[in-house]
Design a protein around this ligand. Structure first.
Ligand code: PXG
Length: 460
């Protein structure tokens, strides 16, 4: 074990205190208490250490967020310097501060030119809460207050606050008191499962046209916006066919429905472009951002607005009653600046686009292209999914695919690898700074985990 990460207390001591006081996210707390969580104590680049000195290769960048990897001294220095100079001030009392001003300048220098304004939040969930209110306010100002229905996608994920939960398409979350009026959903473009006899291109168009059907059903005069992740993240890393987004954009423009991209996972270089919508070639009216904005070192999110929307809000809107105590927090802004400068000046994003991203994708296709457990490989840049399948040719999934993928993930942990499972898909999204050697380690360990899973199923 790296000496820096020496345990200060016994692991079981941490676990007992955690079980006594802490409700974790998205887990059966009683089952977790019985098992005891892993106690993670340190990180360096792509690696994590637990309290017992075990080393893990983090193939998920934390929760899709540590784009620069762990242990960046420039980010810690930026936070420390800002904490010493001005640890806090607000945006309510006709005030601003240099950190947030400079962050905005930098952010809009990286964004396509048709975006002009940001509303800052602390998280992706809040970015999407702000989205719902901003979109509805926009249509109110334009004299169309009835245009307030938001259309999201089944299995989409936009966060776990109330509005974000409703906008997302996780039915089990809706059932736990998480639904709101004036929100509707269409299907996700999941070709492997729902493609039938269609080509991916035909399926992409068909999936997009569900949006048109839904708008016509609800009445275009009532629909404010369509909101979706450019590629679906938490819902299984689902990549739409190429025909999908251009058709969605055409439909939104035709019916005057705002097109809102949730870039919380896709933003800040994940696909090799700064933002995932650039990879898929469409122009959203808003972008929800978080995670990679600060590489997860400190909470920060935001909503990016097109010039067209910002002009309406600023020039015609008067007071917009919104805002959080920590909107544009100076320490978060200082970390975001250091993070964005590093991503830009060290060529991290362009390296993912031109070198390491294609290398990861190529390695995955070489290693798993003919694997007996893998039916499909999707992804670009530094995000990828292995679709586990019983029969690749007929795209037949395992009846218990959830359990199989979870087993594979558990074996991964045993082997010192963190990858994620969702339904029957194994997902990886490593830190964007990964070298070819680190990618080799990631793919090699993933192969061990998938092979061991296949062996247990008797498929070797
Ligand atoms: N939008 C998207 C697309 C997300 O992936 C959020 C919004 C919410 O962000 P906050 O910062 O409020 O969590 C997310 C969050 C997973 C997983 O298991 C993914 C997320 C969160 C927790 C788990 O893949 N994404």
């Amino acid at each position: 074990m790296n000496a820096e990460f020496k345990a200060q207390r016994e692991t079981r001591d941490y676990q007992a205190a955690d079980a006594a006081h802490h409700i974790h996210a998205f887990l059966d707390q009683k089952a977790l208490n019985a098992e005891g969580p892993r106690v993670i104590v340190g990180g360096e680049r792509l690696h994590l250490w637990d309290n017992d000195g075990k080393r893990y290769l983090d193939g998920m960048s934390g929760l899709w967020c540590t784009n620069l990897g762990y242990g960046r001294k420039d980010l810690t220095a930026a936070a420390t310097q800002q904490l010493e100079q001005l640890p806090y001030y607000n945006m309510f009392f006709h005030t601003t501060h240099p950190a947030v001003v400079e962050l905005s300048e930098l952010l809009f220098s990286l964004l396509p030119g048709h975006y002009s304004h940001a509303i800052y939040t602390n998280s992706g969930s809040e970015a999407n809460e702000v989205l719902i209110r901003t979109v509805r306010r926009y249509w109110q100002i334009l004299g169309k207050p009835q245009k307030k229905i938001m259309i999201g996608r089944w299995n989409g994920y936009h966060g776990s606050t109330l509005g974000a939960t409703a906008l997302g398409g996780m039915k089990f979350m809706h059932e736990m008191g998480g639904m709101l009026p004036d929100i509707a959903h269409i299907d996700e473009p999941y070709y492997f499962v729902n493609g039938g006899d269609l080509t991916p291109e035909e399926f992409g168009l068909r999936a997009a046209r569900q949006l048109e059907e839904k708008i016509l059903e609800l009445g275009a005069e009532n629909v404010a916006a369509f909101v979706a992740e450019p590629f679906q993240g938490a819902g299984g890393m689902i990549f739409p066919p190429e025909t999908y987004w251009p058709e969605i954009q055409r439909i939104c423009r035709k019916y005057d429905v705002l097109l809102c991209a949730d870039e919380v996972i896709g933003g800040f270089g994940r696909t090799g472009e700064w933002f995932a919508h650039q990879h898929f070639g469409f122009e959203p009216d808003t972008l929800s951002i978080a995670k990679g904005l600060t590489s997860g070192y400190i909470p920060m999110g935001g909503l990016i607005l097109s010039k067209r929307m910002a002009e309406v809000l600023v020039e015609q809107g008067g007071v917009f009653a919104h805002g959080l105590t920590y909107s544009g927090h100076p320490v978060a802004a200082a970390v975001a600046i250091a993070n964005l400068k590093a991503l830009r000046d060290e060529g991290v994003v362009s390296q993912v686009k031109n070198d390491t991203g294609p290398y990861l994708q190529q390695c995955l296709r070489e290693v798993f292209g003919n694997h007996p457990l893998v039916g499909d490989i999707q992804g670009t840049g530094f995000v990828a999914a292995l679709q586990l399948a019983e029969d690749k040719a007929t795209r037949k999934r395992f009846a218990n695919e959830n359990d199989i993928a979870w087993r594979c993930r558990t074996i991964g942990f045993e082997e010192g690898l963190i990858i994620r499972s969702t339904l029957g898909r194994m997902i990886m999204a490593p830190a964007l700074v990964a070298t070819r050697a680190e990618i080799d380690e990631l793919v090699g360990k993933t192969k061990i985990a998938v092979d061991r899973t296949a062996q247990e199923l008797g498929r070797f």
